[in-house]
Write a protein that binds this ligand. Structure first.
Ligand code: GMT
Length: 377
């Protein structure tokens, strides 16, 4: 198939999933055309069957707000015409699904029937979806899609609760690609971060308030009061400064590292012993899955779709949102002995396999085939 993938090119979960899906589809022989405003962060260098089309909005003095959605729709039309795309896969409802709707309508005028599939990722529903200024457009773009997928059952339920959804939503969980984890472990980095062999607890996020980064710091301080450990933060965002200040206030700054945005977070996971994700809301928790796939058990909140990913007591432990004492107790429990940590590590690896790319990819291919069949009927 010739597939156009529209996504955010950033390190955010939706962009990562869209890019990795495109690469995996390309490996299966599909021709993939990414349509977005920058080279997707996870695209890397040359990949067979993969093309990238940049969307650029001209800077007219008349525009207070750049009309990205219109230029994106025009670019989709252009790429479909030039490359004979069979379908468009829009990741994230705003503005990708609504732009895909416009593109589909324009192409239909020319006798080209190109379905669009919308994948909902979470914040497009749970944050933007609550904003009345977006709601009618999100509803419309979902209902007009030729197929809609959500990355968890939890997100499907949230979508149905928040919008008047008139069509079926297929749940297709996010995935991991094992080949990304088959890289050398940076033992020198581990030794420099934890010179006495202390366990490393890692948190990766965009440091937005819903990630509850202060809970990570507080739980770590409670762990550190009981035993040696190091805390590693990867990523950046609005709460980073407050987290750094809190580390000083709680006296754990010497055991804490803020590495900022790193190109390949998997390298950090491969030297970690435990992963912490205490989010207030999370449709899936891709970073938790990546931790599991690196053999790192997860201590997380039980928000949203996290419990579909992290099997409580198997791949890690789940705690109520905001329960810092429970987070700390769970960390201490898993780190209790080398044998217990090893057991959780193996279980996490095993549990991650439910989301192996080879299990998930055919589910997307089936949705594509169904949308194409409906188009031709
Ligand atoms: O978590 C974020 O803030 C980034 C966000 C995004 O839009 O990229 O991630 C969402 O999509 C990911 C990929 O499907 C999911 O793993 C995240 O759980 C989801 N984030 C939230 O629901 C808060």
């Amino acid at each position: 198939m010739r597939i156009g993938i529209v996504c955010y090119p950033t390190f955010g979960g939706s962009g990562v999933v869209a890019t990795e899906l495109g690469k995996a589809l390309a490996d299966q022989g599909h021709e993939i055309h990414f349509i977005t405003y920058d080279q997707p962060a996870r695209l890397g260098s040359f990949h067979a069957n993969v093309f990238y089309h940049e969307v650029r909005v001209s800077d007219y003095p008349l525009f207070d707000y750049p009309p990205y959605e219109l230029v994106l729709a025009s670019k989709m039309v252009e790429v479909v015409r030039q490359h004979g795309l069979d379908l468009i896969h829009a990741h994230y409802a705003i503005p990708h699904a609504s732009a895909a709707y416009t593109a589909r309508a324009i192409l239909r005028e020319e006798g080209l029937r190109v379905p669009y599939i919308t994948t909902l990722h979470g914040t497009d529903i749970t944050l933007l979806g609550r904003d009345p200024s977006f709601k009618p457009v999100i509803s419309f773009a979902i209902n007009q899609s030729d197929a809609v997928t959500a990355v968890s059952n939890s997100l499907k339920e949230d979508t149905e609760a928040l919008f008047e959804v008139k069509r079926d939503i297929d749940v297709i969980h996010n995935f991991f690609c094992p080949s990304h984890f088959a890289i050398p472990v940076k033992e020198d980095l581990r030794a420099s971060l934890a010179p006495e062999g202390e366990p490393i607890i890692t948190h990766i996020s965009n440091f937005r308030p819903l990630k509850r980064v202060p809970d990570v710091v507080r739980a770590f301080a409670a762990v550190r009061a009981e035993r040696p450990a190091k805390l590693l933060f990867i990523g950046d965002g609005p709460e980073r400064h407050a987290a750094e200040t809190l580390c000083e206030e709680l006296g754990v700054q010497r055991d804490t590292y803020f590495l900022g945005k790193v190109k390949n977070p998997i390298e950090a996971l491969l030297i970690s012993d435990l992963f912490m994700l205490p989010s207030e809301s999370e449709s899936f928790g891709l970073s938790a899955l990546e931790a599991m796939a690196a053999g790192v058990p997860v201590v997380a909140s039980n928000a949203g779709g996290i419990s579909e990913v992290v099997e409580d007591g198997v791949a890690g432990m789940l705690c109520p949102v905001g329960d810092v004492a429970a987070l700390a107790a769970a960390c201490l429990d898993i780190l209790g002995s080398p044998a217990r940590l090893e057991q959780f590590s193996l279980q996490a690896l095993d549990s991650a396999n439910r989301f192996h790319i080879q299990r998930i990819l055919p589910q997307y291919e089936r949705v594509y085939a169904r949308a194409l069949a409906a188009r031709n009927s």
